[in-house]
Design a protein around this ligand. Sequence first.
Ligand SMILES: O=P(O)(O)OC[C@@H](O)[C@@H](O)c1c[nH]c2ccccc12
Length: 120
Amino acid sequence: MVKICKILGLTALVEVHDEREFDRVLGIEGIELIGINNRNLETFELDISITKKLLEGERRKIVHEKNITIVGESGLFTPDDIAYVQEAGVKAVLVGESIVKQSDPGKGISNLFGKDISQS
Ligand SMILES: O=P(O)(O)OC[C@@H](O)[C@@H](O)c1c[nH]c2ccccc12
């Protein structure tokens, strides 16, 4: 699928939830974008330390060597949450609840990042 996306001019975002899935996806030839979902899809529990756990040690090295972009997904509500996943090695975020629940999405984004990022 990653290859087909590339032919079509797309980059596939492949989502993982645990070490086993992450290791499998890290082995895909040409993988560029991996999302770490902090939500357990069986229990719907959120835990952003999953991102940190998955990006420790050897895996972080592989991510760096292969120039893979890691997307932090789910459970991000505050600037501290963003800083935490960024520190872990995340370069992009996938955010739903903390923005869509605001009446003004722009303000929701500013609150999430602790500043107005619309010009940066
Ligand atoms: O509402 P949250 O906790 O900010 O989560 C958003 C997003 O990460 C989540 O909805 C999601 C994770 N993986 C996805 C894949 C497709 C669409 C949505 C998603």
